[in-house]
Design a protein around this ligand. Sequence first.
Ligand code: ATP
Length: 314
Amino acid sequence: GVDLLTVGEALVSLRSAGPLTVGGPLTPYLAGAESNVSIGVARLGHRAAFAGRVSADELGLFLLRQLRAEGVDVGHVVRDPDRPAGLMFLERRTADLTRVIYQRAGSAGSALTVDDLRPALAAGTHVLHLTGITPALSDSARAATEWAAGTAARSGALVCLDVNYRSRLWSRDAARAVLTPLAGHAAVVVASHDELDLLGDHGADEPTVVAGLLDRGVSTVLVKLGGDGARAYTREGRVETAAVPVTAVDTVGAGDAFTAGYLSGHLDGLDLAGRLRRAVTLGAFAVAGHGDWEALPRRDELALLDGRQSGSTV
Ligand code: ATP
C-alpha cells in the first residue's frame, strides 16, 4: 500500500509566454489538481500514487515520466490507445493575468472507469484524495469517483475531497447535485469560501454548510481564503491560520499545495494546528514560485518558509 493515492486526470499544459494569437513557443508541463497533490506529498517524502487513464501516445508517456521523476507511483495508471491526452493552453496575457483554454472533452483521462481503479484501491492506501473535477468529466468518471470514495472509506482510509469547482465543465447546480452526496464519504473536505454552497443547499451560508457536513460525518472542513490564509472547522470548533507572507508570482496550484501540506501533516500525525501550518506553508511555496507544482518544497526545504515573518536571505 501507499500513504496517499490520488485519482483524476493528468493534463498536458502548454504554456506560452505571451498572447496565443500571435503564436510563438509553447512549452509542455504536467498539470492537474490531483497530480499536483501527489507531487506535493511525494516531495515531502511520503509514498504517493496517482491512478487514472492517460493516452498511450507520447503525450501520455510524457505525463507518466513527469510523475515518475517526482517519485509518484504510476504503476496502476491505465494507458488508452484510442483517446488523446487532455490539453490545456495557458496564455500569459499580461504580467499578472493568465487565461486558460481547455481541450479535454473526450480525452483518455475523462474515460476513467471503476475497473480502471480497482487495482489501485485493492493495493491499499492510508489517504485517498479526490477532487470535484473528476466527477465532472464523464458519467463513467463520476461513477469511478463515487466508487473509489465509498470503497476507500469502507476500508478505513481517510478520504479527502477538494471541491475544485470548474465552471467550464458543469453548472453549479449540476456540481451541487453530485458533490453534496460525495462529500458524505469524505473525512476531510476542502473548499474555497465561494465553493461552499456546492456542498449543501443552494445559497446556504458558511456556518450552515459546515454544520451540515459535520452532521454527515465529515470530521474536518477546510476553507481556503487565498492571501488571508484558511479556516478549519471540526466538531471541537473553529481554528484560523494566517497565510505565510510571501511575494506571490503565480497563484495557480496554491489550493492543491495547501491540500498536499494538510495531508502530509495528517500522515505525520500532526495536530490540527500543525496540519494547517504545513498547509499554509505549502500554499506559500506554490504562490511564491512559478508553475503549478514545480516550486513545492522537499522536506528539508520546509523550514525556508515555515514560520516566516517577512523577507529574508538564507
Ligand atoms: P488555486 O485554485 O489557484 O489553486 P485556491 O483558490 O484553491 O487556489 P487559495 O485560497 O487561493 O486556493 O490558496 C490556498 C492557500 O494558499 C491559502 O489558504 C494560503 O494559505 C495560500 N496562499 C494563497 N495565496 C497566497 C498569497 N498571496 N500569499 C501567501 N499564501 C497564499
